[in-house]
Design a protein around this ligand. Structure first.
Ligand SMILES: *Cc1c(COP(=O)(O)O)cnc(C)c1O
Length: 397
């Protein structure tokens, strides 16, 4: 079945008793055993819950993996993956990284003796230089957030196989609709399903998909042992969102491409970071390993003084953290999503005080562009007014 059909049909043929088209929410935490030594397949909901199982099977199928696992947040999913490692283990991690992942590694995992080096994961020499006898895995975000750098997943997976390293890909920004890392050689995929998979800014969730029996058993063991599982109500809400993923991603991509073009031509903007633009250095690679582009883009305005008035004057676009929902959100990474990343690393990757990140929603493109144009005009008008006040002040001296 084609991808769109599989999405629309999530959970709709799984309910054997009533034939319910929308899979029921099983709030039960305990399940009766038929007799000693027998089970219905469900015993206790942390271990396995019928609603969660339908979601887990769906994401495993969509990502071309062997098993899926649902968690209470993207961070809970990442923590469960990191629990595969222990004292003395080392990780290679994308330099331009989601701030929360950096914080989890540096402020929590470090206490358990796990360390990481932050590298350009598309540079094999840099990966090689930073790989030690204790290195166990490479964690990749592609595209990265907020600077939209692309990693060649096939190339890095081949290199990692040769070193016996696991390849973990955070596929939050593209979703399996546009990119399936396991088909390109990765071992594990993780999602903040809070973003595009849920898609409506109304459910917090994380997912892991594994390849191979051994990894699947290991993550299943850790999911049950740690217990940061997704509840049945949120599992249902997430499946409801995922049914429309294809439609939403196509619209996100269309809108983001139009916005990227608008920004590229605007005098207030110095640089636009969007892999769908021909000017993007990795546009060709991106179009080979993915079938489309995300709705996230970032841009640098010419002066830091424009940031505050732009964020004050956008109306339709909300000034808010997060990404991937139907509503457009704009954020200021240097102080918000990436505030926990040290200034040296931020500067090295280019997250400076002139960078704004835009999660383009599915509103009408004309409304989005006029909202941006209005906010940019307001920023220029404020600058002009302040300039006149200053000039007036000087002539009075
Ligand atoms: C949001 C996000 C996370 C964390 O997920 P939560 O659901 O917020 O816990 C991890 N990785 C990426 C790329 C994200 O955008």
């Amino acid at each position: 079945m084609e991808f769109e059909s599989r999405l629309a049909q999530i959970g709709s043929i799984s309910e054997p008793v009533t034939g319910a088209v929308s899979f029921p929410i099983y709030n039960a935490t305990a399940f009766r055993h038929p007799r000693l030594g027998e089970s219905t397949g469900f015993d206790y909901s942390r271990t396995k819950n019928p609603t969660r199982t339908v979601l887990e099977e769906a994401i495993a199928d969509l990502e071309s993996g062997d098993a899926g696992f649902a968690f209470s947040s993207g961070m809970a999913a990442l923590q469960t993956i990191f629990a595969m490692f222990g004292q003395g283990d080392h990780l290679l991690v994308s330099l331009d990284l989601y701030g929360g992942t950096y914080r989890l590694i540096e402020q929590v995992l470090n206490r358990f003796g796990i360390t990481a080096s932050y590298v350009d994961t598309n540079d094999l020499d840099e990966l090689e230089r930073n790989c030690t006898a204790n290195t166990k895995a490479v964690l990749i975000e592609t595209p990265t957030n907020p600077l939209m750098r692309i990693t060649n997943l096939r190339k890095v997976s081949e290199w990692a196989k040769g070193r016996g390293l696991l390849v973990i890909v955070d596929n939050t920004l593209l979703t399996p609709f546009f990119q399936r890392p396991l088909e390109l050689g990765a071992d594990l995929v993780i999602h903040s399903a809070t973003k595009y998979l849920g898609g409506h800014n109304d459910v917090l969730a994380g997912l892991i998909v594994t390849k191979g029996k051994e990894l699947s058993e290991q993550i299943g063991f850790l999911q049950n042992s740690i217990g940061a599982v997704l509840g049945p109500n949120d599992s249902w809400l997430l499946m409801r969102g995922m049914k429309t993923l294809a439609l939403r991603m196509e619209r996100h991509q269309f809108n983001a491409t139009q916005i990227a073009k608008f920004l590229t031509e605007h005098a207030l903007v110095e640089e636009v970071y969007y892999p769908g633009l021909e000017s993007h250095p990795d546009q060709v690679l991106q179009s080979k390993q993915s079938s489309g582009n995300t709705g996230i883009l970032s841009f640098k305005v010419r002066k830091a003084r424009y940031v505050d008035p732009i964020l004050r004057h956008i109306r339709l676009i909300a000034f808010a953290e997060s990404l991937g929902g139907v509503e457009s959100l704009m954020t200021y990474p240097a102080v918000q999503t990436h505030g926990d990343i040290p200034v040296e690393i931020r500067n090295r990757v280019g997250v400076n005080d002139r960078l704004l990140r835009f999660s383009v929603g599915i509103e009408h493109i004309d409304d989005l562009i006029s909202d941006l144009a209005h906010a940019f005009d307001a920023a220029l008008a404020e600058e002009h007014a302040e300039g006149q006040v200053q000039e007036g002040g000087q002539s009075n001296d």
